[in-house]
Design a protein around this ligand. Sequence first.
Ligand code: HEM
Ligand code: OVM
Length: 402
Amino acid sequence: MTETLHRAGTLPVNDADPFAPEHLETPEPLHAALRDAGPVVYLARYDVYALARYEQVHAALVNWQDFQSGAGVGLSNFRYEKPWRPPSLLLEADPPRHDAPRRVLAAILGPRALRRLRQTWFAEAEALVERVLGERELDGVPALAEAFPLRVFPDAVGLQREGRQNLLPYGNFAFNAFGPANSLVTDAAPHVPEWAAWVDAQCARDRLGPDGFGGRIWAAADRGELTHEQAPLVVRSLLTAGVDTTVHGLAAVLHAFATHPGQWQRVRDNPAAARVAFDEAVRWASPVQTFFRTATTDTLVGGTTIPEGRKILMFLAAANRDPRRWERPDTFDLGRDPSGHVGFGMGLHQCVGQHVARLEAEALLTALARRVRRLELTGEPVRQHNNTLRALRSLPLRLHPA
Ligand code: HEM
Ligand code: OVM
């Protein structure tokens, strides 16, 4: 049956393991091969259908009716396999269950609601940049990309101080868990109960300051916009998706500027370019590389039927560099309009935290633009392999003061 539905001979097959170390280290060659093979490629290793062209990835992202999230957005199919934790009410839910949590979070994390954080975050960014300038040579990942989000985001959520070191490993695991049960998952598994127990405990109302994102989620429950059973799981979404993403997004934009000095000069001349710079970095690097969906019905994509119940793997990173959609796609270029990139997804599930991520980036880049003439790469960047994230462990930099 699989053979007939594949219309053997027309559906390209690829034997690669996209989650193997060589492809996590350097994903671009596989992405190009998948795009060039056709609009849909069968990944024999995992028995899933891959989409790597912009047109098909975009179409799948906006088609929540035929491509559901409720069976999980990782390789694991929740119809048959028990998830490692109760599913997210946002990421792993479909309408109508998705609607209320989404509405609540969109209001709490929207541009209007974030205005009260702007001054504080800009001041914190200036203080951090002032401090690291005393060092001259530094590792941009811990010193900037991790330090800044960890300085501002947990406070904005209203988290206690104690135990915040659990946030990054928990998020890193959650993103690994969308992939297969390779060593990235199994090596971390013994620690997960401890990380998860701390995260789950922080979702309770009495652990959260009243004024932060967390307290506001509980207040929305009091107003009847959510149930009180839903509130802790919505808080959990912030703690899962809100830290590692921005760390690696900021690492990507620092990496981009360190390797494209002419582009840094443009931001120095015009600090208002900081926001578009971050979106272009999200397009260029795609900190979130992939997500899966599950077909709810036999669905035709590019002449191939994806059978009901089967997983598709959407390569956001490959779509964001598809030469069918982007001119000189591999170039980080502030002169282009990156809008339409799928680095934050698209459609119903498009990143609800994107305004938070953009504000963090704008604050940090503005502070750097004021004080740093040049970001010099002083060694090879080192990747941190993750089944979903394009992540850096180390980015050796020398900051030349302005
Ligand atoms: C959804 C990427 C930052 C919270 C998504 C999706 C992507 C993404 C690609 C779509 C998932 C899908 O379609 O299945 C990113 C990137 C970030 C970032 C690249 C940083 C550069 C954040 C932050 C938060 C956050 C800071 C929280 C404050 C969420 C949540 C969802 C989501 C809760 C699920 C939304 C839904 O399903 O309706 N993100 N994200 N993200 N993101 Fe982000
Ligand atoms: C969630 C969530 C949302 C986006 C990404 C993510 C671990 C998790 O709602 O828990 O990755």
